[in-house]
Design a protein around this ligand. Structure first.
Ligand SMILES: Nc1nc2c(ncn2[C@@H]2O[C@H](COP(=O)(O)OP(=O)(O)OP(=O)(O)O)[C@@H](O)[C@H]2O)c(=O)[nH]1
Ligand SMILES: [Mg+2]
Length: 364
């Protein structure tokens, strides 16, 4: 699963990327600092994993991960080839969710490509470029479908109607996610085209240090502007957090966070938010060799969950032994859970719950 970072140049996208991932991206105070996309793997922070580690004492612990892509800043006209971002919009099309970074801090020393701090205007600039890119996709498809529709092909006619509705919406400045389609229409015609503006989005307001715990008026403006979008808005002192990430020891980092008034990095909240945005959940395996978090889509069945470990586990699935996370923690070990009769045996139809500790039985 992947999330892509978008925004104007010089708003702090690469700095955010650096807060999140161990891969270091170049960030500097000039527009178009990023040229080639930065791709990094981010651990999903989960305190349950630490708790399981304490109880099981395994050789190693592996958290769940999400992939993050940081691209060049987009500017007005990007969809027509202006700036650099356009060539990399393809990388964003391949992601599953969008993190839209908005500059919400004043600082005359940091260049703003449009001359002043105004997150609402910036958001509209970016939205429009993304919409124009999607419009390009619609137009290309429409050209093909039109011909088939003319010959009387019923399926093509249905598709043409959907495409025309998309075209009309996008031309009016509406993102695909806000254009209404039936579930079937969406699955059959909209989803396969991987529209950028159809992906779930989270607005990341980059605030200065003073606003790290409170937010500021820019954040309020953003909240108000996107209220109807049903999108997540979070704020984060990206620059400061990137500095904290640089510190060597956990204690030092924790101390600086506390100075800011935070108990955990805002980036942890962001990653969890992104995970939710992607409609993902976690189940655990907890053996003495390894305690590990595995990522599944919400609603996955036991065999599908097993398939995340290995396709053979899914194909040869017999049953799953399941312990609810809370039972594992309350009883303290797998053996004690079993003694208490709290371990369940589940079959193919079982819908995995977030936090389940699982063990699979399978044939190969
Ligand atoms: N004061 C302040 N400066 C910041 C903050 N976040 C980023 N910066 C600075 O802004 C400049 C641009 O940051 P980058 O992360 O390179 O910006 P970008 O969005 O990746 O820019 P492009 O790659 O050019 O599109 C750098 O000098 C950062 O140190 C912040 O929260 N506060
Ligand atoms: Mg950058």
């Amino acid at each position: 699963m992947k999330a892509g970072i978008v925004g104007l140049p010089n708003v702090g996208k690469s700095t955010l990327f650096n807060c999140l991932s161990n891969a270091k991206a170049q960030s500097a105070n000039f527009p178009f600092c990023t040229i080639e996309p930065n791709i990094g793997v981010v651990n999903v922070p989960d305190t349950r994993l630490q708790k399981l580690e304490e109880l099981v004492n395994p050789e190693r612990v592996l958290p769940a991960t999400v992939e993050i892509v940081d691209i060049a800043g987009l500017v007005k006209g990007a969809s027509k080839g202006e700036g650099l971002g356009n060539q990399f919009l393809g990388n964003i099309r391949e992601t599953d969710a969008i993190l839209h970074v908005l500059r919400c801090f004043d600082n005359d020393n940091i260049v703003h490509v449009d001359g002043s701090v105004n997150p609402i205007r910036d958001k509209e600039t970016i939205d429009m470029e993304l919409q124009l890119k999607d419009l390009e996709t619609v137009d290309k498809k429409l050209e093909k479908v039109k011909r088939a529709a003319k010959t009387g092909n019923k399926e093509a006619q249905k598709e043409e109607a959907v495409l025309l509705k998309l075209k009309q919406g996008l031309e009016a400045g509406i993102s695909v996610r806000a254009i209404e389609f039936s579930e079937d229409e969406h699955a059959e015609f909209v989803h396969p085209l991987q529209f950028i503006t159809d992906k779930p989005v989270m607005y990341v307001c980059n605030v200065d240090e003073d606003a790290a715990t409170t937010g500021n008026v820019y954040v309020e403006q953003v909240r108000e502007a996107v209220a109807k979008e049903n999108a997540e808005v979070i704020f984060l002192a990206v620059g400061t957090e990137a500095d904290i990430t640089e510190l060597e020891s956990y204690e030092e980092r924790q101390m600086f966070l506390e100075d800011l008034g935070l108990t955990e990095p805002g980036s942890a909240k962001l990653i969890r938010g992104a995970y939710k945005l992607l409609n993902l959940e976690t189940y655990f395996t907890a053996g003495v060799k390894e305690v590990r978090a595995w990522t599944i889509p919400v609603g996955a069945t036991a065999p599908q969950a097993a398939g995340v470990i290995h396709t053979d586990f899914e194909k040869g699935f017999i049953r799953a032994e399941v312990i609810a996370y809370s039972d594992f923690v309350n009883f303290g070990s797998e053996a004690k859970v079993k003694e208490a009769g709290k371990m369940r045996v589940e079959g193919k139809e079982y819908i995995v719950k977030d936090g389940d500790v699982m063990h699979f039985r399978f044939n190969v």
